[in-house]
Design a protein around this ligand. Structure first.
Ligand SMILES: [Fe+2]
Ligand SMILES: [Fe+2]
Length: 276
């Protein structure tokens, strides 16, 4: 396949799910109409190339290179910086800003619901914080190995136990602990099929986590996780401002701009469409 040829063109259009057709048609090349007003009047077409991790193994694999000729068109550039289709961040972004400005599609609702359940169950701040943050990577960055990505993102700002619980919930989710009333999630049977077996490294990680002194903190995340997908529930981030204030070391320069080893992860969520 040449670099100019989009792999999606090799798949008959009718075989693509409607949602994928829509992505290909409207999300990647922004016409300048709105940008002309909102993007400093530059009035250029802006091309958004999806990152490899989002397209590998799909008909859109290779789109990034297939889009290169687009950038050679007059008045066309690759997206860098603010995408006018996303809400803009204030100068010093806070955790609440990420919940409000980036975590959509039910992700914020799920995190807030699970934290609220932990609160209602009278659990301590560390468990509530871990619940609030447990799927933060899915919400704004990446799904595969989300416990690990999430734990790294928050590590400089939370107690070590909170980051550990976020990391380990990923593996512990797959394994029942009937002694505390946790069964294998019904949802996973639907998501992955009844015959899905977690890989060996996940099994090992869960076994090690079970022997750890903080096991129950992470286990409680999994317990409050499974009941937190009610689309009718409405929980506001503001309900946790106090707990977040006590347990999340908000950097003075803002998340993404504090020169921490993970600042780039937060900036990636602010500018997810940067070409580089
Ligand atoms: Fe999770
Ligand atoms: Fe979750």
């Amino acid at each position: 396949m040449s670099v100019d040829e989009a792999p999606s063109t090799a798949v008959p259009d009718r075989e693509l799910p409607a949602a994928v057709r829509r992505i290909g048609q409207v999300s990647w090349v922004r016409e300048p109409l709105d940008d002309a007003v909102r993007n400093g009047g530059r009035g250029r077409r802006t091309v958004i190339a999806a990152p490899a991790v989002a397209t590998l193994g799909t008909p859109a694999d290779g789109e990034k290179f297939a889009l290169l000729p687009e950038a050679r068109e007059p008045g066309t550039v690759f997206m860098m910086g603010d995408n006018p289709d996303l809400p803009r961040f204030p100068l010093r972004p806070s955790l609440g800003d990420f919940f409000r400005l980036r975590f959509g599609g039910g992700s914020a609702a799920h995190l807030l619901q699970s934290a609220k359940l932990a609160l209602e169950h009278g659990l301590n701040d560390k468990v509530i914080m871990a619940c609030l943050l447990h799927d933060i990577a899915i919400a704004g960055l990446i799904s595969s190995h989300h416990g690990h990505w999430g734990a790294q993102m928050i590590a400089p700002y939370v107690d070590e136990e909170v980051a550990w619980a976020v990391e380990k919930h990923e593996a512990l989710r797959y394994f029942a602990d009937e002694s505390v009333g946790y069964s294998y999630p019904e949802a996973y049977i639907a998501y992955f099929g009844p015959d899905y077996e977690p890989p060996e490294y996940i099994r090992r990680e869960a076994e090690d986590a079970r022997k750890h002194r903080w096991y129950m903190t992470s286990r409680l995340v999994t317990i409050n996780d499974v009941y937190s997908f009610d689309p009718a529930a409405s929980v506001e981030f503001g309900e946790f401002e106090d707990i977040v204030g006590r347990n999340f070391r908000q950097p003075a320069d803002g998340l993404g701009f504090d020169d921490s080893p993970v600042a780039h992860m937060w900036r990636t969520m602010i500018w997810p469409n940067n070409f580089l």
